[in-house]
Design a protein around this ligand. Structure first.
Ligand SMILES: [Fe+2]
Length: 505
């Protein structure tokens, strides 16, 4: 009865029996083959070493006293290239066994005193078999974990759901050594995604039905039925969102399934990740569309408000366009980015928006202003800030508009800011504003020549204006003929070019 049991259990283990006594090896072979082991025999120690090198035996039974070399020497040579094989040393008598130190050093699992009966040797071999079996499980775990560690980064790097599922299927097929499998899951967009391999390549309906059944049951652990394994895909909220089905030919070892469960957990995280990413991309697209619509409205508002300012005074018509344009040129020369230039351009267009609230009789007065009237005029920058602050879209422009009459030396208004306390964009607008005011005709005076205006800028450098910016602007103005030509056809009916902040017709 015992032997029948063993026959079923041990066929997977192989033994090499080495003894220079042929009768002994033949006897060992006969005995242990009948117990179900695969047993090869060898009588020459050197040939035995080569056979172990060429064949992955699990257990080596060898005699200690042999010619031309003893068993311990044979083991010494084998251990040089094979640390894993289990070795049992056969001795004629206890007193003939090598010292315990040698047995330890050569990693010999046990020794057996030869006798007519092999019961004790059989027990010794069974003990080795248990250890070998455990070693194999550990190796499979190690190998499985290595595969998981190697494969997971790949699925975390893929950004398309279809691709990630395809890679998961290939990895699963390799990991479980199966060819018929599918993955079916609900995406965050409310669709069902199905991919199959082998006989499941085109069984989508079946997959969807099965997924619905698993979701209904709510069983989040793997299920095995008739050589079919179902792995539910579970999200971080413990909700089943998909399923992997694999048809396994033979009964799958539990350690392999445990490892695969570990892999599936990583798969769930990776798939959730990629689904979320896809959803975010879709939402981003929607946001982009909404943003574009919002920006179009915004540009419309800019246009309307600017025309309101310009409409008040024919003499200043086009001034805000030109200020925006000069400011943009200076900002580009200063190496500012697109967003900065956009903001500055809008600030240029709006810098005098506060004049909407200034009484026409003060604004258009051609005689000298009284101190009260001048104070009222000066309120336009603060009023401009107030008007723009009411619209969220203009929040970043409002402080620039407020500060466009501040002076670098602190003598400006409304807050007497000094140097770099003044927003950089406002320092740019101040230069552009002054230059255009000097080179344009006003109802109360004719315009200055270009050279006179340049001299004025130089005179105000470091006091009224930021000196570095003036120097940069003077460089920009070297190309004034071209700039002027461009403005001639530009400012009469201009609009904001949303991409680069240019003024174009
Ligand atoms: Fe102003």
């Amino acid at each position: 009865m015992r032997k029948n049991k063993i026959v079923k259990q041990q066929t997977e283990f192989s033994i090499l029996a080495l003894d220079d006594d042929e009768i002994m090896t033949v006897t060992l072979q006969a005995y242990f083959q009948s117990s179900g082991y695969t047993v090869d025999i060898e009588n020459d120690p050197y040939r035995a070493i080569e056979r172990v090198r060429e064949h992955p035996y699990d257990i080596l039974l060898l005699d200690f006293l042999m010619k031309p070399i003893c068993g311990d020497k044979v083991v010494e040579k084998i251990r040089e290239f094979n640390p894993d094989i289990f070795i049992i040393l056969l001795t004629g008598h206890k007193s003939m066994a090598p010292p315990i130190q040698t047995i330890r050093e050569l990693d010999i699992q046990g020794y057996y005193e030869k006798s007519d009966r092999f019961d004790q040797l059989e027990l010794l071999i069974e003990s080795c078999v248990k250890s070998i079996r455990q070693m194999r499980i550990i190796r499979r775990y190690q190998e499985g974990l290595r595969k998981i560690v190697d494969n997971i980064p790949e699925i975390y790097h893929i950004q398309s759901v279809d691709e990630v599922v395809s890679v998961i299927l290939s990895q699963t097929a390799e990991f479980l050594s199966v060819s018929d499998l599918y993955l079916c899951m609900n995406t965050m967009a409310g669709e069902v995604l199905y991919q199959g391999m082998g006989s499941y390549a085109a069984r989508r309906e079946e997959g969807i039905e099965c997924l619905a059944g698993v979701v209904k049951k709510g069983e989040t652990t793997l299920v095995i039925q008739n050589n079919v394994v179902f792995f539910p895909l579970v999200d971080e909220h413990h909700r089943i969102f998909g399923i992997i089905r694999a048809d396994v030919r033979d009964t799958m070892k539990s350690d392999k399934l445990q490892l695969f469960e570990l892999y599936v957990k990583q798969v769930c995280a990776a798939v959730s990740n990629v689904l979320l990413h896809t959803l975010l991309n879709e939402k981003n697209e929607e946001l982009k569309t909404a943003y574009t619509a919002l920006r179009d409205n915004y540009l419309e508002i800019v246009s309307v408000m600017r025309s309101m300012v310009d409409a008040k005074d024919i003499y200043t018509r086009g001034h805000s366009d030109r200020v925006a344009y000069y400011a943009t040129l200076l900002a580009k020369a200063l190496g500012k980015n697109e967003e900065y230039i956009r903001r500055l351009h809008v600030a240029g267009l709006f810098h005098d928006i506060g004049k909407i609230g200034t009484a026409d009789e003060i604004l258009f007065k051609s005689t000298k202003l009284t101190p009260e009237e001048y104070a009222e005029i000066k309120r336009h920058s603060s009023r401009g800030k107030k008007i723009l602050s009411a619209v969220t879209l203009f929040n970043d422009v409002a402080p620039i508009v407020e500060a466009h009459h501040e002076r670098y030396d602190g003598g400006g208004y409304p807050n007497g800011l000094k140097g770099t306390e003044i927003p950089e964009e406002a320092r740019i607008i101040a230069i552009a504003d002054a230059f255009d005011a000097m080179t344009s005709s006003r109802r109360y005076r004719a315009n200055m020549s270009f050279e006179q205006a340049v001299d004025e800028l130089k005179r105000g450098s470091g006091t009224q204006f930021d000196a570095e910016m003036v120097a940069c602007f003077l460089e920009v103005l070297r190309d004034f003929d071209r700039i002027r030509k461009e403005l001639d056809w530009t400012y009469s009916d201009s609009k904001f070019d949303e991409t680069v902040g240019n003024v174009t017709k």
